[in-house]
Write a protein of this length. Structure first.
Length: 121
């Protein structure tokens, strides 16, 4: 399933639409929201009912460079990231996907996933 953006006006229209629904829209949020928006559009055009997203995976698994740079603080950094995840990432992704009627589910944030992660520690 390949989705092409063929015209800069598609991007401009998407940014206008996203600006109305993403809280605290800035350059960073726009840079992430645009591919999520176009991926959701492709899913909707192919009659997909939902999307699986990776929200929280880096925080849960301590997968960012800042975690490996400070291994003693990795767990606290991960928890701090999880606390701000809704405002920073989840609201943006949900807004971008639901514009096309495709909800995004976050399996890394489910209770069952986190049970397995804790067992590995």
């Amino acid at each position: 399933m390949l989705e092409e953006v063929r015209d800069i006006n598609e991007v401009i229209d998407a940014l206008r639409e996203l600006h109305g629904v993403v809280h605290g829209m800035d350059v960073v949020k726009a840079g992430v929201a645009l591919p999520v928006y176009f991926a959701a559009r492709a899913l909707a055009r192919n009659n997909c009912a939902a999307a699986l997203a990776g929200g929280g995976s880096e925080e849960v698994m301590c997968g960012y460079a800042r975690h490996s740079a400070r291994p003693r603080d990795a767990q606290n950094l991960g928890l701090s990231g999880l606390r701000s995840l809704h405002y920073r990432d989840l609201q943006r992704d949900a807004a971008a996907t639901t514009l096309h009627g495709v909800p995004a589910y976050q399996p890394f944030l489910s209770g069952e996933s986190n049970f397995y992660f804790r067992m590995g520690n």
